[in-house]
Design a protein around this ligand. Structure first.
Ligand code: GDP
Ligand code: MN
Length: 362
């Protein structure tokens, strides 16, 4: 789950990384008071979940005289399509130099990797593309609570002395917060030689949200949240054929076959083993509720799952789209009889079901 800049900055500040003085506001009327608290010259920063806000017009300079007016402008903008509901009013820094600093996971070496570049700011991607050596990188053993001194030295190079401590603190935050990414871009050294995290990014591993005390993953759509509550493995896609299967392998091969016959799946949904009537009913309703779903394929193998229970769940769901099924295994005939009451199509092979669904979806 991604944290917004103001949330990440609070985490960094609590860990001991200096951040500029700031206040969060949710309307232009609060701008003047915020300016009185942080200082006469400020930057107003849209708190939206997109990269490159600066270039997209999400960061504006303001002063004590015009802060409310500039804030009004910023609140009325859309930044890469997103509305601005909150703005961070922040002490404007007199920037001497901008560095890039981040800690991420290097999947090939299975270690945290620390990146540091002299050329930070909004052009870091270009700088790295033109000259890969511009970004220094060190993989750190995940067993170590701190970055060894020799690696800190290689990363920081000739940067001011205080930078090494900040690199190490960010690495500690990355570990403690179960992060996938902790980034400061730019890490600013002011004309007076002070060092600040002028921007902040923190992405928490979704698998660690419980441990981090985060109860709701707000990066999920309401439907994805509901699927998580129900314990389904669920991924939204873009097509018009809803898919419900049991077991990741069977569900994946259902998606593959839909693609093979020229159809487009609307989702992946694995109900798991032993799905009873309620779970099937909720799964069918969940998939039917996605915009653009024209037909639903249910492909279940009855092992501990009983086909008659599945059939009852489908009847109870009572959705408007056609449901085409392949059920095989325990109580298959009972299931078939129940479905026949309501004209549901239960075909004999996976192949036949998917060809019928692709046909129906067009
Ligand atoms: P991003 O575009 O979403 O990465 O937002 P940043 O917070 O990184 O800001 C983008 C750029 O705006 C920075 O690289 C700076 O050049 C500039 N900027 C941000 N804060 C300040 C500030 O306090 N003073 C000055 N002079 N420039 C700033
Ligand atoms: Mn930035």
């Amino acid at each position: 789950m991604k944290l917004l800049e103001y949330e990440a900055k609070k985490v960094f500040r609590d860990a001991g990384i200096p951040t500029p003085e700031n206040r969060l506001i949710d309307s232009p009327e609060e701008a003047d008071e915020a300016v009185r608290a942080v200082g006469e010259h400020v930057v107003l920063k849209a708190q939206v979940d997109v990269g490159g806000r600066g270039k997209a017009g999400g960061i504006l300079k303001a002063d004590a005289g015009n802060a409310a007016e500039v804030a009004g402008d910023l609140f009325s903008r859309k930044i890469r399509g997103l509305p601005v509901n909150r703005v961070l009013v922040e002490e404007r820094l007199d920037i001497g130099k901008e560095y890039y600093l981040s800690v991420a996971i290097d999947r090939s070496s299975r270690c945290p990797v620390v990146l540091f570049a002299e050329a930070g700011g909004v052009e870091i991607e270009n700088a790295a593309a033109c000259d890969p050596c511009a970004v220094r990188r060190e993989c750190v053993s995940p067993l170590l609570p701190d970055i060894p001194q020799f690696q800190l030295r290689d990363l920081a190079g000739s940067a001011p002395a205080g930078v090494k401590a900040i690199i190490n603190t960010l690495y500690r935050v990355f570990r403690e917060k179960d992060a996938l990414l902790a980034e400061i871009n730019p890490l600013v050294v002011t004309m007076d030689g002070e060092i600040y995290a002028a921007d902040a990014k923190l992405i928490i591993d979704d698998n660690a949200l419980g441990r981090q005390g985060i109860t709701v993953n707000r990066d999920l759509t309401p439907r994805e949240q509901r699927a998580e509550e129900l314990g389904f493995s669920y991924v939204e896609l873009e097509g018009s054929i809803g898919v419900i299967g049991n077991g990741a392998g069977l569900t994946m091969s259902t998606l593959d076959l839909i693609g093979y016959y020229g159809g487009k799946a609307a989702n992946f949904l694995d109900v798991g083993g032993g799905a009873d009537r309620e779970r099937v009913r909720e799964a069918v309703r969940l998939v039917a509720g996605m915009a653009g779903v024209r037909v639903i394929v249910v492909n279940l193998l009855g092992g501990i799952t009983r086909c008659d229970e599945v059939a009852r769940g489908i009847l109870e769901a009572d959705v408007s789209q056609p449901v085409i099924l392949r059920l095989a295994g325990t109580n298959e005939e009972e299931g078939r009889a129940i479905l026949a009451q309501k004209d549901y199509r239960m075909l004999d092979s996976m192949d036949a079901v998917i060809r019928a669904a692709v046909e129906e979806s067009k």
